[in-house]
Design a protein around this ligand. Structure first.
Ligand code: IPM
Ligand code: MG
Length: 365
């Protein structure tokens, strides 16, 4: 049976890294006998420029039909002057909400070849393997009312609403426990239950949900402590589950532990296991169009896409092994190169992954 994958190259370095990921997807599909139909659509700033909206109707129609979506990145200084509601980032939030992609999986894994790229001491991060499970369609990102209003005295006041329903907390907690039971069996739930009622409810519901997973160990941490622990002793964590805004912040911290945000993939899933896959990094407009961005996070997102949406675990493993091998062979883009190491560009890195895929049994690997 064929699969449909929608590519959303987006802005900045997005098109460059998606182009390499596309080559990898086509190659691995051919090698593993998968029929994948690829299509492309606009999201973000490019969609604003071409179609007048960050998540235009034409993209919505294609997105709803696809089995999986692969996104580059959205946003850039070109659209910074737009009001918050019209910015490219709103396109990303809109597609997450439209497809009900409530579960954001952000693994922070350290490739042993890159232990020196971390800003932490190698012994603190060697073997690091954390999975952040971030709730993605609720919390303060989507809560109503929201806005900026003018008070009677003429002063402006900004406001947002931090809100979670029990059912929203329960479905993300359940997924975190399921994933932990296939990993090291530990879940850390992150909240601010000492101050915010909404996260007091979060803590209650997560604890309740845990009762169905006696094999998984649950602990609760306040978000300030979690942030500290992540840079003090990150290997203590297995699965971290948290709400939208804490997950946004902690996943960037976790990403940096691995040395390069240019290496980290992510998956945003709904209940039908349709998913939007994207690198954790942003659109990096400062280096766009220069063939120097690291395509590996997007290529590793292809592996997650194969695993979670196309049910093609072998093909996913093949992509991950190919990435590991090019690192072993010494290929480095600028963001992961140690001082004095030779550097390759975006396209050359993509080509190296293709070669590794095509010659998996290369004895020099
Ligand atoms: C992320 C990004 C987005 C978010 C922005 C671009 C809206 O930072 O995916 O982490 O805050 O969710
Ligand atoms: Mg973020």
């Amino acid at each position: 049976m064929g699969h449909s994958v929608l590519l959303l190259p987006g802005d900045g370095i997005g098109p460059e890294v998606v182009a390499q990921a596309r080559r990898v997807l086509e190659c691995v599909a051919a090698l593993h006998g998968l029929t994948i139909e690829l299509d492309e659509a606009n999201l973000g700033g490019v969609a604003i420029d071409r179609e007048g909206a960050a998540y235009p109707e034409s993209t919505r129609v294609k997105a709803r039909e696809a089995d999986a979506l692969l996104l580059g990145a959205v946003g850039g200084p070109r659209w910074d002057a737009l009001p918050a509601g019209d910015r490219p980032e709103r396109g990303l939030l809109a597609i997450r909400a439209d497809l009900d992609l409530f579960a954001n999986l952000r693994p922070a894994m350290l490739f042993p070849q890159l232990a020196n790229a971390s800003s932490l001491k190698p012994e603190l991060v060697a073997g690091l393997d954390i999975l952040i499970v971030r709730e993605l369609t609720g919390g303060i990102y989507f809560g109503e009312p929201r806005g900026i209003r003018t008070l009677e005295n003429g002063e402006r006041e900004g406001f947002n609403t931090y809100v979670y329903r029990e059912s929203e907390i329960e479905r993300i907690a359940r997924l975190a426990f399921e994933l932990a039971s296939k990993r090291d069996g530990r879940v850390t739930s992150v909240d601010k239950a000492n101050v915010l009622e909404v996260t007091q409810l979060w803590r209650d519901v997560v604890s309740q949900t845990a009762q169905a997973y006696p094999e998984v160990m649950l602990e609760h941490l306040y978000v300030d402590n979690a942030a500290m622990q992540l840079v003090r002793a990150p290997k203590q964590f297995d699965v971290l589950v948290t709400g939208n805004i804490f997950g946004d912040i902690l996943s960037d911290t976790a990403a940096m532990l691995t040395g390069s945000i240019g290496m980290l993939p992510s998956a945003s899933l709904n209940a039908r296991s349709c998913g939007l896959y994207e690198p954790v990094h942003g659109s990096a407009p400062d280096i766009a169009g220069q063939d120097c961005a690291n395509p590996l996070a997007t290529i590793l997102s292809v592996a997650m896409l194969l695993r979670y949406s196309l049910n093609a675990g072998d093909a996913a493993n093949a992509v991950e092994q190919a990435v590991s091998r090019v690192l072993q062979q010494g290929y480095r883009t600028a963001d992961i190169a140690a001082q004095g190491e030779a550097v390759v560009g975006t396209e050359a890195m993509g080509s190296a992954v293709l070669s590794a895929l095509e010659q998996p049994q290369d004895v020099n690997a």
